[in-house]
Design a protein around this ligand. Structure first.
Ligand code: 5GP
Ligand code: MN
Length: 337
């Protein structure tokens, strides 16, 4: 499915690369983006990393040279004059928000490296496959098949962070034997799993923990406990002196309830509402998310609402989730055929 030869050709025949990833980037987004950048730099390419969102503090250690820039109109020329634009860990253009216009306008050759379902037609060439646990796993294969000797510790650390975070520390559905083989190779390059885990997950602020406590103590359920959800409002954020990125990961606690098949986090953003969806087994939250213009994977998806109030979002999403669960229980799937 992934055309490794074509990737090699694109790398070899171009000089100026711009790599971008999605709004509110996670470990896979940033790890994949940085690994690609370190790889291209080893080939002496000219590389710029530009994102809509700033890099969350706990991922900053992966970008020790501060290669990632937050998008600003001043960077338009770099994007417009690039030979190749690489979109990594997302598959529809709206996910880059403020960069949509300049990305569309650029005459660069555009490629997408990703593992989400339902890619939209926004690039010239896709290096995508939903079988992969993380975009980082695809990036690993792309680099390895280009020249495995190029994978140094920096690249290995970035890829390890990408794969660890997107597999829920090697426990989600697509944690395949191949994932563990790749991880073994990354460890052989010097990656230290304890160090990376601690930097990403064990450097939380008290503010985040207080906000989590507040959210969890108000957890609610619907549909006989099959849906568990947490609400985080601006008020709660203010009370605990936390910031938006602190909410990352909260949704996973919903699924720790035995009866819960679907977990939802409703999060009031500055300018809208974000719903993060998680599921156990084969209930496809991506299908549920797509009904509201969102997307993602079978067991993890998200939606952003910019024209609705929090209460309204909660009502419509819970209603739809319940309908889809009923269908899932009847048919054994909620995936359209
Ligand atoms: P999270 O809930 O952790 O932000 O995201 C879970 C998954 O859903 C990720 O793979 C992410 O890329 C995807 N996702 C999150 N928010 C959105 C969204 O607003 N639109 C789309 N299409 N996908 C999203
Ligand atoms: Mn990913």
């Amino acid at each position: 499915m992934i055309n490794f030869k074509s990737f090699k050709y694109i790398v070899d025949s171009n000089k100026k690369f711009v790599i971008t990833t999605h709004i509110n980037p996670d470990g896979d987004a940033l790890g994949s983006q940085l690994a690609l950048a370190y790889f291209l730099k080893r080939l002496e390419k000219n590389v710029h990393l530009i994102n809509h969102s700033p890099t969350p503090g706990n991922y900053q250690f992966l970008d020790e040279d501060d290669l990632i820039h937050q998008y600003d109109k001043k960077l338009d020329d770099v994007i417009l004059n690039a030979d190749v634009l690489i979109a990594v860990d997302f598959n529809e253009i709206t996910r880059i928000k403020s960069m949509v216009e300049v990305f569309s306008k650029s005459k660069a050759y555009k490629i997408c490296i990703d593992h989400h379902t339902n890619p939209k037609n926004f690039v010239d060439e896709f290096f995508c496959d939903t079988e992969y646990s993380a975009s980082g796993e695809i990036v690993y294969e792309l680099i390895k098949r280009y020249d495995r000797n190029l994978i140094d510790k920096r690249i290995a650390d970035a890829l390890y962070a990408a794969i660890m975070t997107d597999t829920g520390s090697f426990r989600f559905e697509r944690t395949s034997p191949r994932v563990h083989r790749i991880i073994a190779e990354l460890l052989e390059k010097g990656t230290n799993p304890t160090e990376i885990f601690n930097k990403i997950y064990n450097e939380l602020s008290i503010a985040k923990l207080k906000l989590l406590g507040n959210g969890i103590s108000n957890i609610r359920t619907a549909f006989e406990g099959k849906i568990a959800y947490v609400i985080i409002t601006r008020e709660m954020l203010k009370e605990s002196e936390a910031n938006e990125e602190d909410v990352d990961g909260f949704v996973n606690f919903c699924l720790s309830i035995k009866s819960a098949q679907i977990g939802i986090l409703f999060f009031e953003l500055k300018d809208g509402i974000k719903a993060s969806l998680r599921s156990k087994d084969t209930f496809a939250v991506s299908q549920l998310a797509e009904k509201f213009g969102g997307g993602g994977h079978i067991n993890a998806a998200g939606i952003r609402f910019y024209d609705k109030k929090l209460d309204e979002v909660i009502t419509i999403l819970l209603e739809q989730a319940e309908k889809d669960l009923i269908e899932f229980e009847k048919r054994g799937t909620n995936v359209k055929v």
